[in-house]
Design a protein around this ligand. Structure first.
Ligand SMILES: [Zn+2]
Length: 317
């Protein structure tokens, strides 16, 4: 190597050090997507079959390689669950994965732990052996129990079954915005679909940022996040916009398999403040005041106020 070439290489190496992104900001913030209550009841915009097609297309358009679909097997017995099995298969065929979200979608905090475990077993029996199946259990309502007895009984049951908690880190009330849109359609109120999309995307992105700030304050780093969404028409309409909004804000959407390889997947936070997702549980276990951990838009009155102000066309009753 001549001196000149060596010097150039040395200078380039030095520049690379000088202009390196500071530690912490180096890793792009990462997030994976998950959709609950599959097959979910019909929304206001389309049939459940159309919703599945649109959601798969939107995810593909956004370049989302692998999202999780958490199945509530009892929904298959409802009218809206017709073709539910085929729709679940369609998600898997598109590269996504499926996991357990109970059979009956009950609460744990006020229920019988043994009956609760039998219910998740019922869903597990339906899911067993299916392609794309993952060993994760997503607690309905993110309710992991409010007393040690129930909490620990279900934790032990999951361990015995080789199941892991399919936790979320970004807890969002996407379903509440979907409800507002469905009600507006039902009541024949005029609304602006573009404004609905903007409100929705903004709510997701601000939520992801909110929970990431809590994570950094608690863990000193940004974990790979898991975004809680539902199988709604809203997501069928806007998931590509949601992903574009996250990317514009500095996020990278990764696979759900990658998200659940984060070290926080192995945590069992020693707290009863478990209803706001894993980051909040870890923050509460670390001594932070749970009252300060709530995302302001996880509130139906606040979302309704924003919806009326920004989405409903002015002059409409
Ligand atoms: Zn659910």
């Amino acid at each position: 190597m001549t001196f000149v070439v060596w010097a150039r290489a040395a200078i380039l190496a030095l520049l690379a050090v000088c202009f390196a992104v500071p530690a912490g900001a180096q890793d792009a913030r990462r997030i994976a997507l998950s959709f609950d209550d599959v097959p979910r009841f019909q929304g206001g915009f389309m049939t459940p079959d159309e919703r599945t097609i649109a959601l798969i297309e939107g995810l593909k358009e956004a370049g989302v390689e692998q999202a999780a679909f958490f199945v509530t097997t009892g929904n298959l017995e409802d009218d809206y669950g017709a073709h539910g099995e085929a729709r679940i298969q369609a998600y898997v065929d598109a590269g996504h994965v499926i996991a357990n979200h109970s059979h009956s979608h009950g609460w744990l905090w006020n229920g019988d732990a043994a009956a609760y475990i039998a219910d998740l077993d019922k869903a597990e029996a339906w899911l067993a052996g299916r392609p794309g199946k993952r060993p994760w259990y997503r607690f309905p309502y993110l309710d992991e129990g409010r007393d040690l007895e129930r909490r620990d009984a279900v934790r032990a049951a999951l361990r015995e079954r080789g199941l892991r908690n399919g936790y979320v880190t970004v807890d969002l009330w996407d379903w509440a915005i979907d409800n507002l849109a469905s009600e507006a359609i039902r009541d024949k109120r005029e609304f602006d679909l573009g404004a609905l999309g903007e409100l929705y995307v903004e709510t997701v992105v601000q939520g992801a940022d909110f929970f990431d700030r809590t994570a950094r304050a608690t863990l000193g780093r940004s974990p790979v996040h898991v975004l809680l969404l539902h199988e709604t028409d809203l997501n069928a309409l806007f998931i590509a916009d949601v992903v574009a909004g996250l990317e514009a804000d500095g996020w990278t959407v990764v696979t759900i398999d990658e998200a659940y390889r984060d070290p926080i997947a192995r945590a069992e936070p020693d707290t009863l403040h478990l209803g706001g997702g894993r980051v909040n549980a870890l923050a509460a276990a670390a001594g932070r005041d749970p009252d300060g951990l709530a995302y302001a838009r996880n509130d139906e009155a606040e979302l309704k106020r924003l919806f009326e102000e920004r989405v409903i066309v002015k002059g409409d009753k």
